[in-house]
Design a protein around this ligand. Structure first.
Ligand SMILES: [Fe+2]
Ligand SMILES: [Fe+2]
Length: 137
């Protein structure tokens, strides 16, 4: 996943807009790691990613609740696990115990790509059958 690609498009404007932003932020982190940018740049990009991910997860979880999505708990747990891992990573980087490396970027890219193609696609398909609820007002 080097950039936004058609197979990440789910046809739900709220989800697609958020996902484009997430992919862009992960790509910026990749660029920073590839070009050995300073740690404070990477830390602020990671902060931005965490903010956007939090907001995006809230959007999806609100749509799931409003639509009575049967997989809500499982999907939310996946969001919560990533949020927890990002917070741990951020704390480790801040304290100097951890680093943001190529492996970290690959893990993030893999997570975003497979979550969108898997759980999120399933959610978008469910919401599409309830058009009134498929977009946040
Ligand atoms: Fe998503
Ligand atoms: Fe999701």
């Amino acid at each position: 996943m080097a950039s936004w690609s058609a197979d990440l498009e789910l046809g739900n404007p709220t989800m697609d807009d958020d996902h484009k932003q997430l992919v862009m932020l992960v790509n910026e982190l990749q660029y920073s790691v590839d070009t050995n940018r300073r740690w404070d740049v990477i830390r602020s990009q990671l902060d931005d990613l965490m903010t956007v991910a939090d907001r995006h997860f809230c959007h999806e979880e609100r749509m799931m609740r409003q639509a009575g999505y049967p997989e809500f708990r499982r999907h939310k747990k996946i969001h919560d696990d990533l949020t927890r891992d990002l917070h741990i990573l951020s704390r480790q980087i801040a304290s100097g115990e951890g680093e943001f490396t190529h492996t970290t970027v690959e893990w993030l890219k893999g997570w975003v790509g497979s979550h969108i193609r898997g759980e999120d696609r399933q959610l978008a398909q469910f919401l599409a059958r309830r058009p009134v609820l498929s977009r946040i007002a």
